[in-house]
Design a protein around this ligand. Structure first.
Ligand SMILES: Cc1cc2nc3c(=O)[nH]c(=O)nc-3n(C[C@H](O)[C@H](O)[C@H](O)COP(=O)(O)OP(=O)(O)OC[C@H]3O[C@@H](n4cnc5c(N)ncnc54)[C@H](O)[C@@H]3O)c2cc1C
Length: 392
């Protein structure tokens, strides 16, 4: 697939010019490594993404923000910003192993022992070992501190019992990082520990959940005397909440970077769908005009997200913590993703109801964007309390 022109993105920012040597190098590599569009079938799609991850990793194009000592290139956030724009313009497959790459890896660097870093970081980067995030439980989502999965140290092993849910790509994962209660009788955020649990064992049952899009991207994960080696603890025993908070900082900080350019590319597809529906009479003139107005509005909102991401990258490069500003990016991103999915439906008219099409799938899958990585309501709470200083 040929890459799109930078015009799609709009004017360049001062510190990330389109002729930046990093962009030139990456674009040249991407042009030499064309990749097929993503298949619709979920298993095939996962394999496609994983293979692409491995191709990129083999050439040093994965985990660029990781320190050199851990196999990355130690690039600054502005270079990372350019990276995400270029891979989106080249229509490359969506990233895979993000629970490892974006969340667990950096958290392990901050809190993990030297042994754990040496054992797990290389496999995350290369894509040889896949990861999933075992935080949410049936009665603990937004209120994560109420979680009940427990682990007890017996000899040289933790024995883990409980249930996780909505665990993305658990069926493909080799390891799950599990937040669990290790101090009997402890409450809320006290007495929690972050453990690394191998998925392929008798004590772990993964039961995929069917989604509206037809995918089974997430699963229930049952832990029945699941075994974890004693030392596979991220951070200190009983200090899992601190490790989890570090992990959430990475989640809120990174989510936006990845997506504004991909959204702009999707918006182009959306415009194409509108042209087709207009030409063959699927949409009336009035409905087409409405759909065009929505698309113009989306373009502006995606540009706002792009500015937020750029600002976040500039702040991060200057060593400033994003803090609650990350929630703003997360909120804007989640609502946009959903509205973009709906705009596809508007632009395609009746076709958007046909299963087995990429645009239908994108529309249905987008409904979850204001839920995962913290719901929009929770992000609004954080913004209200921590940025605006409003009462709880
Ligand atoms: C596609 C997808 C993938 C996911 N992947 C993972 C994963 O890999 N690993 C993982 O651990 N989890 C994952 N999750 C779970 C996700 O983190 C939770 O769904 C999310 O945190 C919300 O929790 P909940 O579903 O229990 O809803 P609840 O927390 O029960 O919320 C229900 C509703 O109440 C609102 N609400 C709750 N508390 C408040 C409040 N204080 N103020 C105002 N409104 C409130 C919420 O916004 C929501 O609208 C995924 C979810 C989805 C949809």
């Amino acid at each position: 697939m040929t890459s799109l022109d930078h015009q799609v993105l709009g004017p360049a920012f001062a510190q990330t010019p389109y002729d930046h040597p990093f962009r030139v190098e990456l674009r040249a590599w991407l042009a030499e490594h064309p990749v097929d569009p993503e298949p619709l079938d979920q298993d095939a799609r996962f394999r496609h993404r994983r293979d692409w991850h491995r191709t990129m990793a083999g050439n040093g194009w994965v985990g660029l923000h990781w320190p050199v000592e851990h196999g990355g290139r130690g690039v600054d956030p502005l270079t990372q910003f350019m990276y995400y724009e270029e891979v989106a313009l080249a229509a490359t497959p969506e990233p895979v192993n993000t629970p490892g790459l974006i969340l667990l890896g950096p958290t392990l660097m901050a809190h993990g022992s030297a042994e754990l870093k040496a054992r797990f970081l290389p496999g995350i980067l290369s894509g040889d070992e896949m990861w999933c995030q075992g935080f949410s439980e049936p009665d603990s989502g937004s209120d994560l501190a109420s979680l009940r999965t427990r682990a007890e140290l017996v000899g040289d092993e933790w024995i883990v019992n409980g249930q996780k849910i909505w665990t993305t790509f658990a069926q493909y994962a080799d390891y799950c990082f599990v937040l669990c209660r290790t101090e009997a009788g402890s409450e809320r955020h006290r007495g929690l520990t972050l453990l690394i649990c191998p998925v392929d064992q008798d004590g772990v049952t993964v039961r995929p959940i069917r989604q509206i899009s037809g995918d089974n991207e997430f699963s229930e994960v049952f832990l029945d005397d699941a075994r974890v080696p004693k030392d596979w603890v991220v951070g200190e025993v009983g200090q899992g909440w601190s490790a989890a908070m570090t992990l959430f900082q990475f989640e809120r900080g990174d989510q936006g970077y990845t997506d504004h350019a991909r959204m702009l590319v999707h918006l182009l597809d959306c415009e194409d769908a509108l042209r087709v529906a207009e030409a063959d009479g699927t949409l009336t003139v009035d409905r087409a005009a409405d759909a065009r107005r929505v698309q113009r509005d989306l373009w502006v909102r995606i540009q706002e997200l792009r500015h937020l991401n750029y600002r976040g990258a500039v702040l991060a490069k200057a060593g400033q913590e994003l803090g609650a500003v990350g929630s703003m990016t997360n909120l804007v991103w989640g609502e946009l993703e959903k509205d973009l999915g709906s705009a596809f439906a508007e632009a395609s008219g009746a076709r958007s109801l046909v299963l087995g099409r990429h645009d239908t799938h994108a529309r249905l899958a987008s409904r979850a964007a204001s839920i995962y990585s913290g719901t929009s309501e929770i992000q609004r709470n954080i913004i209200a309390e921590r940025l605006l200083g409003l009462p709880k």
